[in-house]
Ligand binder design. Structure first.
Ligand SMILES: NC(=O)c1ccc[n+]([C@@H]2O[C@H](COP(=O)([O-])OP(=O)(O)OC[C@H]3O[C@@H](n4cnc5c(N)ncnc54)[C@H](O)[C@@H]3O)[C@@H](O)[C@H]2O)c1
Ligand SMILES: O=C(O)C(=O)C[C@]1(C(=O)O)C=C[C@@H](O)C=C1
Length: 288
């Protein structure tokens, strides 16, 4: 048996991220029993029917009690609260980890709460879709994607290694960095695009005549660009507020970029527009 076998995994928030983690580890044969912890009965029943979890409870205290690993996969601004409730009931040697999309605020809130002998490894799988809930979970979500771990000087090295191996078993390339660096990078590459997509959909609606449903004319361009505006509003409200500073900084950079396009259009500056589009196309072509 692998050194990294987890006899009992507890998943708090059995949605896309928590559910996919459980499925991936089950498929890898690295986990014995999985208990799901959540509020909505229907979602937990779906998770049971789909074989994501083996049992469920609405009680955090009961669910985490015998777990070797507790994975928190609830919206970012609930993580500290859920951790505060769970940590006193976790057994010695157990590892708490999370999949939250913002790290600095979460790490700062959770680390001071750790009881003696209980470890915390902050993480973030950089993989997802616009869908939510246990229905949306699938075992291969993390395959070929990156998972960022943000250990600090307080992180137990054994616990870090365990969580690293679990993400590797789920198919991810694991990268370590500081929580601050994580938040800075993700603000630009993930959080900004979501803000722009949400803003674009609402702005385009505002461009239509009152008697015309402008969205009914949407074709590939609009739909490709705005897929992520179908993502869960609670999740994105929490991310925007938890990564506020870094996000405001990159929104400012984006505003300048858009202002450049606007002024070149206004001035009829064909060469500048061509160069701008060309540079962007080359950069995007290189990553797909
Ligand atoms: N969706 C993505 O693309 C993605 C990618 C990487 C990380 N994340 C992060 O993972 C976490 C989960 O996201 P998701 O997409 O799986 O969301 P989801 O909505 O699919 O699942 C979250 C689950 O948590 C439950 N929940 C909410 N508050 C709770 C609470 N206080 N106690 C117990 N359960 C609670 C919800 O009912 C839901 O079932 C978030 O922190 C998000 O930022 C999401
Ligand atoms: O593909 C998507 O739908 C996503 O939004 C996934 C995505 C992203 O790429 O921005 C969203 C949030 C995460 O924390 C990680 C990944």
């Amino acid at each position: 048996m692998s050194d990294f076998y987890v006899s009992k995994l507890a998943v708090v928030g059995v949605g896309l991220i928590g559910g996919s983690f459980a499925l991936a580890l089950k498929q890898a044969g690295l986990v014995g029993e999985v208990v799901g912890i959540g509020r909505g009965r229907a979602n937990l029943e779906t998770a049971c029917e789909r074989g994501i979890i083996d049992s469920f409870t609405h009680s955090l205290v009961e669910g985490v009690a015998e777990a070797d690993v507790v994975f928190l996969a609830t919206p970012v601004r609930t993580l500290a609260r859920v951790a505060a409730e769970a940590l006193p009931y976790m057994k010695k040697g157990a590892v708490l980890t999370d999949g939250g999309s913002v790290k600095a605020e979460v790490v700062a809130a959770i680390e001071p709460l750790l009881p003696e002998g209980v470890h915390f490894v902050p993480g973030h799988p950089v993989a997802g879709t616009e869908r939510s809930g246990a229905e949306a979970a699938f075992a291969t979500l993390y395959r070929g994607r990156r998972c960022i771990l943000t250990p600090t000087s307080r992180t137990d090295r054994g616990a870090l290694e365990l969580i690293r191996q679990l993400w590797r078993a789920a198919g991810s390339e694991v990268v370590d960095m500081t929580p601050e660096k994580h938040d800075h990078i993700l603000a630009a590459i993930s959080h900004l695009p979501h803000m722009v997509a949400y803003a674009l959909v609402n702005a385009v609606v505002g461009c239509g005549d009152q008697d015309e449903d402008i969205l009914s004319y949407s074709a590939g361009g609009f739909r490709d660009f705005t897929r992520i505006a179908s993502s869960d509003p609670t999740m994105w409200r929490d991310i925007a507020l938890s990564n506020r500073e870094a996000l405001l900084e990159v929104i400012g950079i984006f505003e300048k970029s858009l202002a450049t396009v606007k002024s070149d259009i206004a001035a009829g500056n064909a060469d500048a527009l061509f160069d701008f589009f060309q540079r962007s196309k080359q950069r995007r072509d290189a990553i797909v």
